[in-house]
Design a protein around this ligand. Structure first.
Ligand code: PMP
Length: 284
């Protein structure tokens, strides 16, 4: 596989970054994951807009040039023959000459790394089967709206969920669900209203979330942006998650309680279909 590191396309086993890179020492980096269908990028500009915001919030000295970054994405897709999968992009504040909590002088070059991952996205066992999720307290820092590589807690709870026989973790803050370990969380009530937490610093502003809420509007489904509890979710008609790499996955069990019949719900299925259709048509 060819990867991109700081201006160069290199074989993955020849790629290297400094051990003083602040991504490595301080998780001082932000990232985006953009999915690829039929060799084309899904919602690329949405991801670049969020990247720009993450960079601005952290004051990283990197100018997002969407055209240049699009060219790198496309070059990697082509070099690695990706028809379906993901492109990972990471921008770090850069490598200082030493380990220092203070940011380095502004002339330090920010780091830019991209790689691809081939993956079947449309055909998906998780989409067919639905996910079991387990809840955990949300002990992340309170700027979850910034897409940083500081993912240790999310990784820990995902592993803890697996130990309990679940596929993923839902995080709970002050009694209410924030989001999944790496996705946004939704329930559907008895009136077919879709409920998902409102945007704030407590969740990532999902690119897929925005698209799915548009899909819901096209299906004339009502949307309520508000927080919900695990107990409310367990009594919901349906539950599901969204992310760039999963699109929409139904959730069929929460903390060992079946949702509805315990099988993927029709609204989650329909949203997945129309999301794929609309976003494939708009892919670049
Ligand atoms: N929340 C978290 C914590 C995530 O890591 C992700 C995936 N990046 C999402 C939500 C979904 O965001 P998106 O739809 O932009 O992939």
């Amino acid at each position: 596989r060819t990867v991109y590191v700081n201006g160069k396309y290199v074989p993955e086993n020849e790629a290297s970054v400094s051990i003083f890179d602040r991504a490595f020492l301080f998780a001082d980096a932000v990232y985006e994951v953009t999915s690829v269908l039929e060799g084309k990028l899904i919602d690329f500009h949405g991801h670049m807009t969020r990247l720009e915001r993450s960079i601005r919030e952290l004051g990283i000295n990197f100018t997002v040039d969407s055209d240049a970054l699009l060219a790198i994405h496309r070059e990697l897709i082509s070099k690695n023959n990706i028809t379906e999968g993901l492109v990972y992009l990471q921008v770090s504040r850069g490598a200082a000459s030493d380990r220092d909590f203070m940011f380095p002088a502004s002339d330090v070059e920010p780091g830019l790394v991209l790689f691809t991952q081939a993956k079947s996205l449309i055909k998906s066992a998780a989409a067919d089967r639905g996910l079991k999720v387990a809840s955990f307290p949300d002990q992340r820092w309170r700027r979850c709206d910034i897409k940083t590589v500081q993912l240790l807690y999310s990784s820990l709870v995902k592993n803890e969920a697996a130990k309990k026989g679940a596929d993923d973790a839902w995080l709970v803050l002050d009694g209410k669900v924030t989001e999944g370990s790496s996705n946004n969380a939704y329930i559907v009530d008895e009136n077919n209203t879709i409920i998902t937490r409102e945007l704030s610093n407590d969740i990532l502003h999902g690119i897929t979330r925005k698209a799915i809420l548009q899909c819901a509007a096209e299906l004339d489904l009502k949307v309520e942006e508000r927080a919900f509890t695990i107990a409310e979710a367990q009594k919901a008609k349906e539950a599901f998650i969204t992310s760039a790499s999963s699109f929409v996955y139904p959730v069929v069990e929460i903390d060992d309680v079946k949702i509805g019949e315990g099988t993927p719900g029709p609204i989650a299925k329909r949203l997945r279909e129309i999301y794929i259709e609309a976003n494939l048509a708009a892919a670049i």
